[in-house]
Design a protein around this ligand. Structure first.
Ligand code: WT7
Length: 645
């Protein structure tokens, strides 16, 4: 990378920064050499009901046991609300910006307190208690945040399912964690289109007889079906309960939430996060990565259905007493200037979004950006996938007027919060690099055999020691946790990502090295899409791979083999697309489906995905070694009938 591609820390980012270069170096060093001392200090960000005496107790070998602050007790909702009341009851906790630009409201910390207590009491009155799993399937309205914090308040474990998932996907997640409660809304509203959330819940619950309670928030007032006894309107139930609810005392290692995420094999996994370590990690990273200062208006455009929404819309900012903006809509409604119109309207200081949104907006022209006043913005962030330097430079120049540092934050559902990222006052930026590790994070690059590689090199990214925000297990399946993350390289957490480290020690994430694809920052297991496709009666076999896509980062390319005698047709192609949308949701819609008489396999019957990827990328001139194929003739047909021309 040439010199002019380094963007030094601007003077504006040094003003009142939490962390200069010197401070970063000193703190990072302390976090590695004296973790107990470092984390004891950092844990002071959180209010403990009973202080902990033990900081860290974690092992990446044997049964994999990870505990932080284990004998301390706390409540996450009290940390996000109650403790701010003495000083800041009338400050804004949440700015809600509706889908319709005419719809917005401010919610103070004291209102948040009442709303969350009331929600908690509704849940309690309907029988919810500590340890119960509660599924939340909601649009981006304040009640989604109230519901999460209400669960935390009573010690129930929330499992938020993204509102774009299909009834089948929702049902699978409800069953997996044996959730008996669902919180939803009549309908969602995105880009003036209605999302039938309650109807989806009704369909999902045909497969979930154990769900006894559905709490429905009224958002649009649209017609919904009703199951007497099971369903209750939130506004009716809330009117009958008090607006005070004492927070449950939770042990640091009690579960806070489950969040399902896709892996390279099998069904989505319930990533389990616990309370103490997660809250310390969320609060600390939110402050340092965004250089958050009291009074800042902070906006993360994610949905609470993803981990980004958990940590950087809800828990991190609210633990820090920040004003967090909750946005119901989409970037292109009513027009492609919506993000910047909202920044102007609410004087947003910190703006955090995904590369896919940046690329999509870049295409639509600078005009949509420049017609809005962005002078309030001090800092920009990205997350979800590698950002290509072109998109980074556009974001920096056009959106940030070359004033604003960009924090490219690498992390995962599993890591709970940001792991590798620039700090605005400390790090010289290189477009496309997530740069340096967060405090306490020990990244390493390993070769295929798990040998640690030194210096400027490429390899598979592992983390060699525990950090407080780390997931603790896969819900209900600790073996899968061990298998997925700790069996590839003994004694290390394997991220699934490939990575390069340059001569300055900067990390450049290159993308997944497993069978996970990243479509618009949404993680998808190729196996999940394949299993949806083979549900079809005519489909014998399916293989799904990712290919580079200008806007989405990666697109979905499916190869489908039909049973003997079945005919391929446009009709069938449509049925298959509909099937995938039904099984998973619109985010899994294949871009291309190629009907193939056979798939390339080794003599032992293993599908050679490397070849399928090359063909999907239109790079068939360079297929590499095909000599191990059982039938090399298969490849010619695949090339001839490729779809991505
Ligand atoms: C995967 C995790 C973390 C919240 C959103 C996604 C990719 C994430 C970056 C980044 C390059 C990134 C990785 C990672 N990823 N952020 N800044 N640069 N790649 O969470 O759904 O758990 O996905 O997203 O491949 O493994 P997730």
């Amino acid at each position: 990378m040439s010199e002019h591609f380094v963007f030094p820390v601007p003077a504006s980012a040094l003003e009142g920064t939490h962390c200069t270069k010197e401070q970063y170096d000193a703190l990072y060093e302390q976090s590695i050499n004296d973790p107990d001392g470092f984390w004891k200090d950092q844990a002071g960000r959180i209010d403990w009901m009973k202080p902990f005496t033990k900081v860290k107790n974690a092992s990446f070998s044997g049964d994999i046991s990870i505990k932080w602050f284990e004998d301390g007790t706390l409540n996450a909702s009290a940390n996000c609300i109650d403790r701010h009341l003495p000083e800041r009851a009338n400050d804004t906790a949440i700015i809600w910006e509706g889908d319709d630009p005419a719809d917005s409201k401010h919610i103070t910390f004291s209102e948040l307190y009442e709303q969350v207590c009331q929600f908690a009491n509704v849940l309690k009155k309907r029988g919810a208690k500590k340890g119960d799993r509660i599924t939340i399937y909601m649009p981006m309205i304040p009640e989604a945040v109230y519901a999460m914090l209400a669960c935390a308040r009573i010690g129930a474990v929330h499992s938020v399912v993204f509102g774009g998932f299909s009834p089948d996907a929702l049902a699978g997640r409800i069953q997996d964690c044996q959730s008996t409660f669902v919180i939803t809304a009549d309908e969602g509203l995105r880009g003036a289109k209605k999302v039938p959330l309650k109807a989806n819940v009704d369909t999902a619950l045909e497969q979930c007889p154990d769900v006894s309670s559905v709490v429905v928030v009224r958002r649009t007032g649209g017609e919904v079906a009703w199951s007497e006894g099971r369903d209750v309107w939130y506004h009716e139930a809330a009117a009958t309960v008090p607006a005070e609810c004492p927070p449950e005392e939770m042990s640091a290692e009690d579960p806070l939430f489950i969040l399902y995420t896709s892996g390279s094999t099998g069904k989505p996994k319930g990533v389990l996060h616990t309370t103490g370590g997660y809250m310390v990690w969320a609060a600390m990273t939110h402050e340092y990565v965004f250089d958050y200062k009291q009074g800042d208006i902070y906006w993360c455009t994610a949905d609470v259905g993803w981990v980004t929404g958990h940590t950087y819309i809800v828990y991190g900012p609210l633990a820090n007493g920040a004003t967090t903006l909750v946005f119901e809509g989409i970037p292109t409604y009513p027009d492609a200037g919506r993000f910047w119109q909202v920044c102007e309207k609410h004087k947003v200081n910190i703006f955090y979004t995904a590369p896919t949104a940046i690329r999509a907006l870049e295409r639509l022209g600078d005009e949509f950006v420049t017609k809005h006043d962005r002078s309030s913005i001090r800092l920009l962030g990205t997350v979800g996938e590698p950002i290509n330097p072109e998109a980074w430079l556009w974001y920096h120049k056009v959106v940030g007027e070359e004033r604003c540092p960009i924090v490219d934050t690498w992390w995962q559902t599993e890591t709970g919060g940001v792991m590798i990222s620039p700090l605005p006052g400390a790090t010289d930026l290189k477009p496309g690099s997530a740069t340096n590790p967060m405090f306490g994070v020990k990244p390493a690059l390993v070769d295929q055999d798990g040998n640690i590689l030194e210096g400027a090199t490429s390899g598979n990214l592992v983390i060699t020691d525990s950090w407080p925000g780390q997931m603790r297990s896969v819900f209900g399946d600790h073996d899968r946790f061990k298998q997925t993350y700790f069996s590839t390289y003994k004694g290390m957490y394997f991220t699934g990502d490939g990575c390069r480290r340059d001569e300055d020690g900067y990390y450049w994430i290159t993308g997944r090295v497993d069978d996970v694809i990243n479509v618009s920052g949404h993680r998808m297991g190729t196996a999940e899409v394949e299993s949806a496709l083979v549900e079809h009666d005519l489909v014998a076999e399916a293989a799904v791979v990712g290919f580079p896509h200008d806007i989405k980062g990666q697109g979905i390319y499916a190869y489908v083999t039909l049973f003997e005698g079945a005919e391929s047709s446009e009709e069938l192609r449509k049925e298959l697309v509909a099937l995938v949308r039904q099984e998973i949701g619109p985010i899994a819609t294949p871009d291309f489906i190629q009907f193939a008489p056979a798939l390339p396999k080794t003599r032992s019957g293993k599908i050679m995905r490397r070849i399928l990827r090359k063909i999907a990328e239109n790079e068939f001139g360079n297929l590499g070694d095909t000599s191990t194929l059982a039938d090399p003739g298969v490849v010619d047909d695949l090339i001839e009938n490729r779809q991505n021309k």
